[in-house]
Design a protein around this ligand. Structure first.
Ligand SMILES: *Cc1c(COP(=O)(O)O)cnc(C)c1O
Length: 366
């Protein structure tokens, strides 16, 4: 197997794989499983410093984003979509799909959202049902200061939906302190469980907004209210993927027990940026660097495809290109969760350096 240094899915620890292979009962009828599900959700909430309820939904990361939008949007609602990246802008499509009117607040994709400028914008227009913001916009590695953005929006009475699928745990997230109404997470990024689950953390204000809707939520799978009272009623809206959830539970335990987790992400991200720039490469972003993914420009003289292929074939390491407006322009190194070790990053950075040398020599001789 190759080393998978992509910004998700990440590599998976052996104890997570083992947990997924445990014998299972029937999750619809097994009372113990309701306890396990609830405790896993509570552990996740604890790790995000919140008393808000979290739910595990059966579907990968995107389902959580769609569920948040489906559950909050009513016909004609104005929704502020903070857009400084591909995922940021992508929220507008979901908003339109559920009958809302997305209002794009678009800023430079190379820079984090500036809080003072956002405040000036809100002074003039703050008539929004809710706002969407991406914590770490993975195609560019852009990290937004949600610790300031969410409290600011709250001052204006605007609920927030935060996509931290690739941000959380590698970067600090404090849901209660930062007043985040719906936080979306996924199993296959820094949590380092396999692809397949999304997690949503829902504030009391967001629950109230869902309850006070005038029209019903136009979805079943993406309806966050269907889980209401599941524990008391011993009734899930659909059969839960029990093995996936056992794996997730173990992956969250791994994070809880690893006291160096956040600090290690910070250290390795810093080291990665220093190393890349020291060998003459240029980072994509000007600020807003995430601890989970580093994105650098494809240097002159080589193509993204050549570099990815050489690193893969000569060094057995999988890196990622990017997509949408960044396709072919940048290379992405994922250093999150189980990938984020000194050993892995050392091997990855050396592989990049050696591959560039080789490609430059071959291309010169052509
Ligand atoms: C990975 C990711 C998602 C979820 O996408 P998947 O299709 O589940 O991989 C959502 N938002 C961001 C920012 C992500 O990085």
């Amino acid at each position: 197997m190759y080393k998978m240094m992509t910004p998700g899915p990440t590599m998976v620890a052996e104890n997570v794989r083992m947990a997924r292979s445990l014998e299972t009962g029937n999750p619809d009828f097994d009372v113990d499983f309701y306890d396990y599900y609830k405790e896993t959700c509570e552990l996740y909430s604890d790790l995000l410093y919140t008393k808000n309820e979290s739910l595990i939904l059966s579907g990968e990361g995107i389902l959580g984003l769609e569920a948040a939008v489906a559950s909050l949007t009513e016909q004609g609602d104005r929704v502020l979509v903070l857009d400084n990246g591909v995922f940021g802008k992508g929220f507008a499509d979901f908003v339109s799909m559920y009958g809302g009117e997305p209002v794009l607040y678009t800023t430079d994709y190379k820079r984090e959202i500036e809080v003072t400028a956002l405040r000036e914008f809100l002074e003039k227009d703050s008539d929004f049902t809710y706002a969407t913001v991406v914590h770490c916009d993975t195609p560019s590695g852009m990290l937004n200061p949600i610790d300031q953005i969410c409290p600011l929006l709250k001052e204006y009475g605007i609920l927030t939906v935060v996509d931290s699928v690739s941000g959380m745990f590698g970067n600090e997230v404090r849901v209660d302190d930062w007043k985040i109404d719906i936080l979306c997470g996924g199993s296959q990024k820094a949590i380092s469980a396999p692809i397949g689950l999304t997690l949503v953390t829902i504030s009391e204000d967001a629950k109230k907004a869902m309850k006070n809707r005038k029209t019903p939520i136009a979805s079943f799978y993406a309806n966050l209210t269907t889980f209401e009272g599941y524990y008391e009623k011993k009734w899930f809206p659909y059969s839960m993927p029990i093995s996936d959830i056992y794996g997730l539970g173990q992956a969250l335990e791994n994070i809880k027990e690893d006291e160096d987790f956040l600090a290690r992400h910070e250290r390795i991200a810093t080291k990665t940026r220093e190393y890349l720039t020291s060998i003459g490469l240029q980072l994509y972003a000007e600020n807003g660097y995430s601890n989970t993914v580093t994105v650098f420009k494809v240097p002159e003289g080589v193509t993204a495809e050549q570099l990815l292929q050489t690193v893969r074939e000569d060094h057995n390491i999988l890196l990622a290109g990017s997509f949408d407006v960044l396709a072919g322009e940048v290379i992405r190194i994922g250093h999150m969760g189980y990938n984020c070790t000194e050993e892995n990053i050392k091997a990855t950075l050396e592989a990049i350096e050696l591959s560039l040398k080789k490609l430059n020599e071959t291309n010169l001789n052509l």
